[in-house]
Structure formats: structure tokens, C-alpha cells
Design a protein around this ligand. Structure first.
Ligand SMILES: C[S@@+](CC[C@H](N)C(=O)[O-])C[C@H]1O[C@@H](n2cnc3c(N)ncnc32)[C@H](O)[C@@H]1O
Length: 183
């Protein structure tokens, strides 16, 4: 099955978990990662990789001694990534984004959390848990980068992070907002 067809199939199975009918564009992937200084990132976290559009680009750019923790709850997406990605720096986890710290090393904090989670279709409790867990998992100098299809998340992220900047791109279906949040 093609990547796009599998994505639609997973969306139809669980719309609230998958949150989109197709994978993000390469353009959005570049936009999500453009403000990350990969040379200085030792611990990276990705939430909701789906078919891995962002994951592949992160792997291309991450430092040889860096680690990437990837959280995917959907069974099919998880299995495909776990089979396809063979890189000792990368940990593909079949767990919810609510439990990031359980998988990091003792006292380990992330330099960056890159999230594609459909926050605004999540139940409120899950949304709040993920935002809190991501914030607690980051270093004081860390960044939380999230894309969404609307500006609905802005207030919520502003209530958690000191600074939130938003960029818009039309080169994705649907067009997307990229939030970059710092503590
Ligand atoms: C909008 S899709 C984005 C997929 C991909 N990153 C992209 O941009 O094409 C959201 C992804 O988040 C995953 N997801 C939803 N809830 C999750 C959770 N609580 N923990 C981890 N992943 C989750 C879904 O299975 C899906 O792969």
C-alpha cells in the first residue's frame, strides 16, 4: 500500500488520533526544522511521526552523537517505522506523548521537542498532559516546535511558554501554522 493510502486508512480508523488525511509536505518538514541548530542538539524528541516525513529529515541532520526519541501511538505507523528505520541513534517508541520522561535517561532533558500531534482535536485532558509533559521534558534552553492547521493553540502555548512565534505556510495541504516556543 502506498504511504498516502495507508495514511488515509489510519485516519479513517481513528480520526481524532491521526488528525489529518495525508502526510505533511516536504516543505512543511523543512519549515518545522529550519530553526533548529542540529550541531548543538544532543537529545531530540519527535511526537506523532506518522509515516516519518519529519523523522527522515531529522535523522539526516542530527549529529552523530545525538539521540532521537520518537513517540507513535498508532500501531500501523509504529510498526512501519520500527521496521524501516535502522539507526542506533534512534529509539522508536510505541507509547503516548504523555510519557516522554519515562523513556529519557535519568536527569536527561531534551534540546528540542518536534510535535505533529493534532492537539485541538484531542480531549482536553490529553492535550494538557502532552503540553505539560513536553515542557517538563525540555532543557531551560530547549524549544518546542509544533504545527497546527489553525491559530487555536496559540493562547494555550503562550500560557505555558515565555515566547511563542508563529509562521504560516501555504505549501502544505491543508496550509499550516508552525509554532516555535521557548521557555
Ligand atoms: C497529523 S498526524 C502527523 C503525522 C506526520 N508527522 C506528518 O506530519 O505527516 C499526527 C500523528 O500523531 C500520532 N499520535 C496521536 N496521538 C498520539 C499520542 N498520544 N502519542 C503519540 N503519537 C500520537 C498519530 O498516530 C499520527 O501519526
Amino acid at each position: 500500500m502506498t504511504t498516502k493510502r495507508n495514511f488515509i486508512k489510519q485516519f479513517l480508523k481513528d480520526k481524532k488520533m491521526v488528525g489529518s488525511v495525508s502526510p505533511s509536505s516536504k516543505f512543511l518538514a523543512h519549515k518545522m526544522l529550519e530553526n533548529i541548530d542540529f550541531a548543538s542538539c544532543k537529545t531530540l524528541v519527535e511526537l506523532g511521526p506518522g509515516t516519518g516525513v519529519f523523522t527522515d529529515l531529522i535523522i539526516e541532520r542530527m549529529a552523530p552523537d545525538a539521540k532521537l526519541f520518537v513517540f507513535e501511538l498508532n500501531d500501523e505507523f509504529y510498526k512501519n517505522l520500527a521496521v524501516r528505520i535502522d539507526d542506533s541513534r534512534v529509539h522508536i517508541l510505541h507509547d503516548s506523548a504523555e510519557y516522554i520522561q519515562k523513556h529519557l535517561g535519568k536527569n536527561e532533558k531534551a534540546d528540542v521537542v518536534i510535535s505533529s500531534l493534532p492537539l485541538m482535536v484531542f480531549p482536553e485532558e490529553l492535550r494538557n498532559n502532552v503540553i505539560k509533559e513536553s515542557h517538563n521534558s525540555l532543557k531551560d534552553t530547549g524549544k518546542y516546535i509544533q504545527f497546527q492547521y489553525s491559530l487555536q493553540s496559540k493562547k494555550l502555548l503562550q500560557s505555558t511558554y515565555e515566547d511563542v512565534t508563529v509562521k504560516f505556510t501555504i505549501k502544505n495541504l491543508p496550509p499550516a501554522f508552525v509554532y516555535t516556543c521557548t521557555k
